[in-house]
Design a protein around this ligand. Structure first.
Ligand code: SAH
Length: 320
């Protein structure tokens, strides 16, 4: 069982910190919660990130790639359900050719009219440019940790500098960029949160997702303890206060560690976005970045919004 020890969620927590963050959120963003419909369209990945179940060394994972048709059907379902954005996410899959992604983006834009976020990892500028021209609006690529040494250890063959470079190139091309980081990943030190918040400011991110580390069984970090739900909520609150206008999702990782209340607690700690999952059910369980990943669907999202006393406005665009 991956859940936190029973007492953790009831711990008194820094009520004043959460109240201050909630106030900052209300005064800048208001009560509306934005829904980003997530489509995890391929779990192939050529990277070896130590914490992630999609890493190429994981031979146990059954791999899948959605067809163009399946992706378009999922995007239409998300649009009909009333999300305001479609998020296309995958591992770093060599089958994501520049042209295929551009075609998909143009087609989804055409049929749904919704904002499109891509989350496909590090790519060259020519690809990022073509996808922007095809209609992509935002790009999500988390910096994961702002500690360069830890980043290098967790991501063989990659560096924090390269990740930041991707974020900057995306910003220069006119994307709204989203980043994010993991709380409690093995090797993280006490100064980490300050560094992470500083980096979010430096790269002028417009979105930042904060999730707890969750061990995944077929990875080198399988036996490390999970990150803390309370520390994750505190990080959300502190970032909200530091960057009041930022879009901040209640992450699926948080919902997975605190299944009953994760989304609600995050909304109360400063989050203003939920990402319901529209990956077809047959493939959903195979996008196993960590164990016990929760399927956040529209019902769960809408319930959390209602319980938090916040507002959901279905998108104005009508899909054809
Ligand atoms: N390939 C894409 C995103 C794929 S995974 C990219 O490179 O941007 C999406 C996110 O899941 C990652 O950015 C990471 O923050 C999170 N993640 C992966 N494994 C995790 C784990 N074991 N615990 C917590 N979060 C994890």
């Amino acid at each position: 069982m991956l859940n936190q020890p029973a007492g953790a969620l009831n711990a008194p927590g820094p009520a004043e910190l959460f109240a201050q963050a909630d106030r900052a959120r209300r005064e800048t963003i208001g009560d509306r919660v934005y829904l980003r419909g997530l489509i995890e369209f391929s779990n192939y990945c050529h990277r070896s990130c130590l914490y992630c179940g999609l890493r190429r060394e994981n031979k146990v994972l059954s791999r899948y790639r959605l067809s163009d048709q399946q992706i378009l059907a999922a995007a239409n379902a998300a649009a009909k359900a009333g999300v305001d954005t479609v998020v296309l996410q995958s591992g770093e899959d060599p089958a994501n050719t520049k042209k295929r992604i551009a075609r998909l983006v143009a087609c989804i834009k055409d049929t749904t009219g919704l904002a499109i976020t891509l989350s496909l990892g590090s790519r060259n500028t020519a690809s990022y440019r073509l996808w922007k021209e095809a209609g992509a609006d935002r790009y999500l690529i988390k910096h994961e940790t702002a500690d360069p040494e830890l980043y290098a250890k967790l991501h063989p063959g990659d560096s924090l500098q390269r990740r930041i470079d991707s974020l900057r190139r995306l910003g220069d091309l006119g994307y709204a960029v989203g980043t994010g980081f993991i709380i409690g990943v093995p090797g993280q030190n006490e100064a980490a949160l300050e560094q992470d918040i500083q980096l979010v400011r430096e790269i002028r991110a417009q979105m930042c997702g904060i999730g707890p580390f969750i061990p995944q069984q077929n990875t080198p970090l399988a036996h490390s303890p999970p990150g803390s739900v309370v520390k994750t909520l505190e990080a959300i609150a502190r970032l909200r206060i530091a960057c009041p206008h930022l879009n901040m999702p209640a992450t699926t990782a948080l919902a997975s560690l605190a299944p009953e209340k994760g989304q609600l607690l995050a909304l109360r700690a400063g989050a203003n976005v939920i990402m319901p999952n529209f990956t077809p059910s047959e493939q959903r369980s195979k996008y196993r970045i960590y164990d016990g990943k929760k399927a956040v669907n529209m019902d769960i999202a809408l319930r959390a919004i209602a319980e938090a006393g916040r507002i959901y406005q279905p998108s104005q665009v009508t899909p054809c």
